[in-house]
Design a protein around this ligand. Structure first.
Ligand SMILES: N[C@@H](CCC(=O)N[C@@H](CS)C(=O)NCC(=O)O)C(=O)O
Length: 205
């Protein structure tokens, strides 16, 4: 059995995978494939992820890509409390993972890119504002979902919380105003402060 390989640098969607493997306490080999230096387009890496994107994993021969699918797989395989205990819970984990990718990721990226990530002369404040505006509906939905227990499924932190928070972390870094969504704000700060999330985060400075 070979050691789990995680492909992708922390300052990318691979943060989600790195957070999960740290949360599960897995031993793994980190292979710092970068999205911008051509290393995701080499023949060797395309054999892992033919899309030429990060993250991807190689788990003893299973080559898997798509950040949410990777996290759902790892949470279920290494059941350390992150995987829901019921079929209904599993359905909700899948629901929230699809939801964050389809409803939240694109506007979140607009906020992050146009406030923080792009060089200043390439930032468009209007694009950031539009992204923040588009997030209002999904944030309201999320706030309502968190109101009861402070978690998305039951009353403990699961893969659903991790997958959604790992995307919304970019909104926080992009200084999106979350003050109208107190449950989201509290939950997101707590999630981002989990030791595994801190360990996975890109080093700054
Ligand atoms: N839906 C994919 C998207 C992966 C993705 O686009 N990753 C970016 C880095 S954050 C990438 O590799 N971009 C390189 C490219 O598009 O050429 C996932 O969630 O894993």
């Amino acid at each position: 059995m070979s050691k789990l390989k995680v492909y992708g640098v922390a300052g990318s969607r691979a943060y989600r995978t790195l957070w999960m493997v740290n949360e599960l306490g897995l031993e793994y080999e980190s292979i710092p494939v970068h999205f911008a230096d051509g290393s995701a387009k080499t023949r060797e890496y395309l054999a892992i992820n033919p899309n030429g994107r990060i993250p991807a994993i190689d788990d003893d021969g299973l080559k898997l890509w798509e950040s949410m699918a990777i996290n759902l797989y790892l949470a279920k395989k290494h059941d350390k409390g992150l995987w829901p205990k019921t079929l209904e819970g599993e359905a909700l984990a899948i629901q929230w993972s699809f939801w964050v990718m389809t409803e939240v990721e694109t506007p979140t990226l607009a906020v992050l890119f146009h406030r923080v990530f792009l060089p200043e002369d390439q930032r468009d404040p209007k694009a950031a504002e539009d992204g923040e505006q588009q997030l209002q509906g999904p944030l309201k939905v999320l706030d309502q979902a968190l109101a009861k227990t402070g978690h998305l499924i039951g009353s403990t932190f699961t893969v659903a919380d991790l997958n959604v928070a790992s995307v919304l972390a970019w909104a926080k870094i992009g200084r999106a105003n979350l003050s109208a969504y107190p449950h989201v704000e509290k939950w997101l700060i707590a999630a981002m402060q989990r030791p595994a999330a801190v360990k996975a985060a890109p080093r700054r400075g």
